[in-house]
Design a protein around this ligand. Structure first.
Ligand code: ASP
Length: 337
């Protein structure tokens, strides 16, 4: 039977048009698509309903309310469709994929995010390949998770990062194998696909206020600087450290500032500034000092996925101790535990 796919068009370059100030979100994507694809070609694709959001955004404007809108949209139509495609800007696509993977827990159908680096209305667009590839994959029953499809690669959504601002090859999963490739043949890396652990349990909670901040270490960072960041009214911070999770252990004031915040109930999670690899706080004295200050290692989770995981868990009303316990658990394949 011909599969039926729901496409949510949220904005992003894929549907943008030139404006005086550069590319800006554009409507009537279906109109542009019908100009590019003949009715014969369209008839050979999985059947789809394209729903255009009333407020199309450049994804740099993403906010938790947008995540709630996309997740609720899919949850409401879950029974009617075989798979879902989300057309989204590339800038924050990795965040949205991660957030949806936590909100739509134990999916049994594919949810495939895609977009493009050049709009569909332009001659050299990469939008058609990405959209057609995503539509095809959204009809594949073996996929039961939120994925990102771009430039021939199928990637786990909550492992993906935007690593190139201008190449078509914009996304990768630095700490996880690709889930598939679309070339002449479509090949899925089946052993790496996520297998849901039970029935769907959608958790459509997504607070509109901030729970999480991100602080990078830099050479010369002071205790005073750190104290001012940690005074922000959020529950948790991602501390972006060096290498395998190291920080300046010769700066006792800085360590005391971190320890104080942690004692006062702020959850501080250590992620590396490196693109690849995992945090191991015990490898060096400079990492152990952070562990002694109460900082928790965040494994090989991407900053985007950790940000969304923390935001999601606090949105569900969990207390810091419970959230801390969940850091060692891979909820949707986001970390290697
Ligand atoms: N600024 C655009 C966005 O994220 C970039 C893109 O879609 O490629 O919406």
């Amino acid at each position: 039977m011909r599969k039926k796919i729901y496409i949510a068009y949220t904005g992003g370059t894929i549907g943008m048009r030139p404006s005086e100030s550069g590319y800006a979100p554009g409507d009537n994507l279906m109109g542009v698509l019908s100009q590019r694809l003949s009715p014969d070609v369209l008839a050979n694709l999985p059947a789809f309903d394209l729903h255009e959001y009333s407020q199309l955004i450049d994804s740099s404007n993403i906010r938790p309310q947008n995540w709630l809108q996309i997740a609720s949209d899919i949850a409401q139509r879950y029974q009617q469709f075989d798979g879902f495609v989300v057309l989204h800007g590339t800038d924050t696509m990795a965040y949205s994929c991660a957030m949806l993977s936590f909100m739509l827990r134990n999916l049994h159908k594919p949810v495939i995010f895609t977009g493009s680096q050049i709009p569909l209305c332009e001659a050299r667009t990469d939008a058609l390949d990405n959209l057609i590839g995503a539509l095809t994959l959204a009809g594949d029953e073996r996929i039961k998770e939120v994925c990102l499809y771009f430039n021939g690669r199928l990637l786990r959504g909550n492992r993906a990062r935007k690593l190139h601002a201008s190449q078509f090859d914009a996304f990768d999963t630095p700490n996880y194998p690709w889930l598939g490739r679309v070339d002449i043949d479509i090949e899925l890396n089946e052993p790496q696909l996520w297998q849901p652990r039970g029935a769907e349990q959608f958790q459509l909670h997504c607070d509109q206020h901030s729970h999480v901040g991100i602080v990078p270490l830099f050479p010369g960072i002071t205790a005073q600087w750190m104290a001012s960041v940690l005074s922000q009214p959020v529950n948790a911070f991602i501390l972006q450290t060096y290498g395998s999770g190291n920080g300046p252990d010769s700066d006792q004031k800085l360590l005391d500032t971190l320890a104080r915040a942690s004692d006062q109930g702020k959850l501080i999670v250590n992620l590396t500034q490196c693109t690849r690899g995992s945090v191991r706080q015990g490898s060096y004295a400079a990492g152990s000092a952070l562990a002694r200050a109460g900082i928790i290692g965040g494994l090989d989770t991407t900053p985007e996925a950790m940000f969304c995981k923390l935001h999601h868990l606090y949105s569900m009303g969990l207390e810091t101790d419970a959230v801390r316990d969940m850091l060692g658990v891979s909820l949707a394949g986001e970390s290697s535990v």
